[in-house]
Design a protein around this ligand. Structure first.
Ligand code: KG4
Length: 336
């Protein structure tokens, strides 16, 4: 069976075709970064309008690249939430309409399930249960995953998500949107120990995350440097490296704590922030230290993409069949 998947939860229009062996036949991403860059963040109305312009050509390109026709598709799936409602509605309505006119079954997918199961695109043998850390622009969450459709949400975002904090720090430093990759690039020239930014542990054993404090601390530090004069490129690099170290330390520690307290020896990391090189190397180091198996997908499967939605849609369909016609989008994750 071949699966056509549409992802439009935020500012990327992505369409993928995979088969039921989880081979990726195409995974097209149309980015809106240039549109939102000058505003320093995603403008919801512009995002939905851009999805509307992109959706048809991206679907056509994905089918063509996969060398399949619509009649070869056995399942249509799309992100149902969480995300920006206007953006979600474009991909979700398009997929439902396509399913209706072609009589191909349709299932809506929780975006988080997509990020969690993206790991299977390159490692079909990952065994359950595992602990998944999902870090993106919209969330920092830890899940206990007991099967392809069995997720327990055991740690969550209390304020700014990790990616959001990266984007806001980038904005404070005058870097382009989305800021994560720019902060990460500048951090390479900086000293991660030069500034001791706060780590929010939120009490012993807590698996929740709070990154608004570290972001405010960066803002205060930048303001005090500005009062003394100009901020040098080295100052910026040191701020990026120290901020990144503070965020990554908390992400790694809490994920390891979750694995050890649940007596689970496999850790999976996903979401846009997991494309970060420093985070990847810190997970490698910490998981080796605690004898944990760990998987982080290729960066192209970490950021929003259709292929991960296809995997989650396929397993949801195997578990519960097609969705009824009266399904709607949602803005909060329904997992666990
Ligand atoms: O998963 P994703 O593509 O979209 C959401 O669902 O949010 O994640 C986007 C987020 C943005 O905040 C972006 O700045 C961040 O992931 N990001 C990074 C890196 N690449 C993307 N953050 C830190 N380092 C990176 N290399």
């Amino acid at each position: 069976m071949k699966i056509l998947a549409i992802e439009s939860s935020c500012d990327d229009t992505s369409v993928a075709v995979i088969d039921n062996k989880l081979q990726v036949l195409s995974n097209i991403v149309s980015s809106q970064d240039k549109i939102h860059n000058r505003f320093g963040g995603v403008v919801p109305e512009l995002a939905s309008r851009s999805h509307l312009l992109a959706i048809q050509p991206v679907v056509t390109t994905a089918l063509k690249k996969a060398n399949v026709k619509l009649e070869d598709i056995g399942l249509i799936t799309a992100t149902q939430g969480p995300g920006l409602s206007g953006s979600l509605l474009v991909g979700f309505s398009y997929a439902k309409a396509l399913s209706h006119v072609s009589s191909i079954p349709f299932v809506g997918v929780d975006h988080m399930a997509g990020h969690i199961l993206a790991v299977l695109l390159e490692n079909t043998g990952v065994s359950f249960p595992f602990i998944a850390l999902i870090v993106s622009g919209g969330t920092s969450s830890i899940f206990r995953v007991d099967g392809h459709t069995s997720f327990s949400h055991i740690g969550r975002t209390r304020d700014d998500a990790a990616g959001e904090a990266f984007d806001k720090v980038a904005k404070i430093l005058g870097l382009p949107y989305p800021g994560g990759p720019h902060v990460a690039a500048l951090a390479k020239a900086g000293n991660p120990e030069s500034i001791k930014f706060p780590r929010a542990w939120l009490g012993e054993g807590s698996l929740d995350f709070s990154f608004s404090g570290v972001k405010t601390s960066v803002l205060n530090h930048v303001n005090s440097l500005k009062q003394k004069g100009k901020i040098s490129e080295q100052d910026k690099a040191d701020i990026c490296a120290s901020f990144q170290a503070a965020v990554v330390e908390v992400l790694v520690e809490k994920t390891i704590t979750a694995a050890r307290s649940h007596k689970i020896d496999t850790v999976v990391v996903g979401g846009g922030v997991s494309a970060n090189d420093y985070l990847r190397s810190e997970f490698k180091r910490a998981c080796a230290q605690y004898n944990l198996q760990h998987y982080i997908p290729h960066p192209s499967f970490c950021t929003d993409n259709g292929a991960m939605i296809a995997v989650a849609g396929y397993y949801k369909y195997l578990q519960s069949g097609a969705d009824p016609e009266n399904t709607d989008v949602f803005s909060r994750s329904q997992l666990g």
